[in-house]
Design a protein around this ligand. Structure first.
Ligand code: COA
Ligand code: HC5
Length: 637
């Protein structure tokens, strides 16, 4: 990966693996989360997330509103902002409060963010929060093929875990700057716990005796599988194969209660059902074994057969929600931070609970696993008998059964409602924008703006994830892709009265504006997290809520009809997530050199939106933008 830092291009991504260019701050093989090792030195060396100047945020907020709100709304917001930021006003007070908070914490935002974006968000994690990932397709001839691949996959994750445990993970870079590596230490041995009003996350990697087992689920039945030999070495894939076979042959019944489906529920409801479930000591122990496990492996049953065209979309659905209660939705524990899914016929992937980490660390882990599964096994299998994997027992009561029935019902409605379309845009990838000296990500985002405008005849508030990992414990901020420049371009594009040279000029400006917003966002100078911080500071200080935050324009700005994210990977993967509003789209894309993988989602209940049509519109927009560039004599960009 490459990124742009100011005007120089610099390498982004993993530094060379250890042994080549070993990052000096991550060499000592001690467990990061338990010992204050060099990892902490690396972390301490990272800059703190800045708080942008108040006036800068107010100005940029107005520009961001211009393409998405009405003129009179904008006028009103301007007045509210003048009041908010005037000398001695509430804005200044909140800004000072934030600065004080920043001086007393590692990151003024990260804890708030996890609370607001995840733990107090009460819609089901399924579809509404947890992203899915589809691996390049495998071909399994039979159950044995499925098991063999699953064993290799587990071994690959354990290999990655060794790097985490030994602190030999290469530090990543973005724009030449080292990134915060904390999220890697949150991926394994952790789990979300439902609560009545808000959830929490536990991370057992940090406990004095970190877990040595994973959980495997097959035919809705959960098993504990110890993945380390008594000498501390990880089980080889041959050993894992034997253990998975034993698991499969002791879970042949297909009529079991899908206890895992409870985790698909609305969080308040699951919070209640959870308390009821763990009233029973056996159930409590079983749930705790899942929560403590390093990760969960889901050995899936069949999925509905669809056309070849829909194969990738069905795979995305399998990863995202399992297809409904009659298919694989019960073959999961959706609260688990990391679940790998190995399908019957070779569709494989993962789903992760989003609270502890962003996509890129997950993708780095998965890229490692894909590499690993492609290599022959080199470790000799120790000839020691292995203990039988233990099935986790659950005692059913009529109340639990009722909760399961309700969860099945609600999950099926959600599964029916999700419209998912995966497409491979095969005409070009990053190569074409690069050859026109444009940022590929910005080019794709402007194509998304054009596609949306053509379908809905308006611009909408658009979210793109920007990494804040240049800062200690940084998560994300928002790149607002709908800008004045993008609006001017999309409105001109199909206007017969406009000359091509003017359109190319507008395209160049729109792409450049996007890249400039990106640079601003990754350097901590975007507006969204700052505005959120000011709002939360008002709550914290118990001052009456400033009108800028109750303003309809603010609600409009946060109503993201386009919620997007670029998640690049080395392997030819597709990542996917659901829309964040009822009349919106979720668009995840993985731009490769010569093609781009897209997953577009929407809700069937919404008349206006349609995932397949949007995917088609994106394809046309990309092609039309290329044609315009190729047919137009080079304008001054
Ligand atoms: N001319 C030629 N090439 C250019 C160029 C230009 N004007 N601008 C960029 N490029 C090249 C880059 O050098 C890079 O090359 P590479 O393919 O060799 O690596 C490539 O184009 C990609 O750059 P660009 O498309 O501009 O995007 P990026 O890699 O800088 O990514 C973001 C932009 C916003 C996606 C990134 O900054 C980010 O924040 N990523 C994290 C997102 C995230 O966390 N998502 C998941 C959330 S859970
Ligand atoms: C496997 C890749 C998943 C990408 C997930 C992602 O982009 O999540 C966004 C997180 C953030 O804070 O921006 C949220 N989003 C899905 C709503 C864009």
């Amino acid at each position: 990966m490459w990124g742009i830092c100011s005007r120089t291009m610099v390498k982004v991504g993993m530094a060379k693996p250890c042994g080549l260019v070993k990052p000096c701050h991550l060499v000592k093989p001690v467990s990061v989360t338990r010992v204050s090792g060099r990892y902490l030195t690396h972390q301490k060396g990272l800059p703190a997330l800045p708080i942008p100047p108040l006036q800068q945020t107010c100005e940029r907020y107005i520009s961001a509103l211009e393409p998405i709100v009405e003129v009179d709304e904008l006028k009103n917001t301007k007045e509210l902002l003048d009041e908010f930021q005037k000398a001695g006003g509430v804005g200044e007070r909140l800004q000072r409060g934030l600065e004080k908070r920043a001086s007393g914490t590692d990151n003024w935002l990260s804890q708030w963010w996890v609370q607001v974006a995840y733990l107090t968000y009460r819609l089901p994690v399924v579809v509404h929060s947890s992203p899915g990932l589809v691996l390049p397709r495998m071909n399994f001839r039979d159950k044995q093929g499925q098991i063999r691949f699953a064993a290799k996959l587990i071994a690959g994750v354990l290999d990655f875990k060794t790097m985490i445990d030994n602190e030999t993970l290469p530090v990543e870079y973005l724009g030449g700057k080292p990134l915060c590596m904390n999220q890697y230490y949150e991926l394994l041995s952790s789990c979300r716990i439902p609560g009545l009003k808000q959830d929490s996350v536990v991370n057992h990697a940090k406990s004095p005796r970190p877990p040595k087992h994973i959980t495997v689920v097959h035919n809705f039945q959960f098993f504990v599988l110890d993945v380390y030999n008594s000498d501390g070495t990880p089980l080889t894939s041959n050993q894992l194969c034997v253990q998975l076979e034993r698991i499969c042959s002791s879970s042949l019944q297909t009529n079991m209660e899908p206890i895992g489906i409870l985790t698909t529920q609305h969080r308040d409801q699951w919070g209640k059902a959870y308390l009821n479930l763990i009233k029973d000591k056996t159930n409590k122990r079983s749930v705790s074994a899942i929560q403590r496990s390093i990760f969960t492996l889901c050995l899936d049953g069949a999925m509905p057969r669809g056309s070849e065209e829909m194969r990738r979309s069905t795979a995305a659905v399998q990863m995202l929600h399992g297809g409904g209660s009659q298919w694989n939705s019960g073959n999961r524990w959706f609260d688990k931070t990391l679940q790998f899914i190995v399908g019957e016929e070779g569709m494989c992937g993962a789903i992760y609970e989003h609270a502890p980490a962003e996509g890129p660390p997950i993708v780095a882990l998965i890229d490692h696993v894909v590499d690993y599964t492609g290599k022959p096994e080199t470790t000799r299998c120790p000839m020691v008998p292995l203990p039988m994997p233990q099935k986790l027992p659950f005692n059913m009561t009529p109340e639990i059964k009722k909760d399961i029935e309700e969860a099945k019902h609600d999950m099926n409605i959600l599964a029916e409602d999700l419209d998912m379309r995966v497409t491979v845009f095969g005409h070009f990838g990053k190569n074409v924008p690069k050859s026109h000296k444009m940022s590929p990500d910005a080019f794709i985002q402007i194509a998304l703006q054009l596609a949306y405008y053509r379908m809905h005849q308006r611009c909408c508030a658009t979210y793109e994830s920007a990494s804040l990992r240049m800062f200690r414990l940084g998560r994300t901020d928002t790149i607002r892709s709908a800008s004045n420049a993008s609006a001017a371009f999309v409105k001109a594009f199909d206007d017969l009265n406009k000359q091509n040279t003017e359109k190319v000029d507008l395209m160049g400006k729109a792409v450049a504006a996007h890249r400039s917003y990106t640079n601003m966002a990754i350097s901590g100078q975007a507006i969204d997290r700052h505005l959120l911080g000011l709002k939360l500071q008002a709550v914290e200080e118990n001052v009456s809520m400033p009108k800028v935050f109750t303003d309809p324009a603010y609600a409009k700005a946060l109503h993201y009809c386009l919620s997007t994210s670029q998640v690049p990977s080395k392997a030819d993967c597709v990542m996917c997530f659901g829309p964040v509003v009822s009349n919106g789209y979720g668009v995840c894309y993985n731009p490769m050199e010569n093609h781009i993988n897209f997953a577009v989602s929407s809700f069937n209940a919404c008349e206006e939106t349609n995932a397949a049509r949007m995917a088609q519109a994106v394809e046309s927009a990309l092609l039309d933008m290329r044609t315009l560039l190729e047919q137009t004599p080079r304008a001054k960009l």
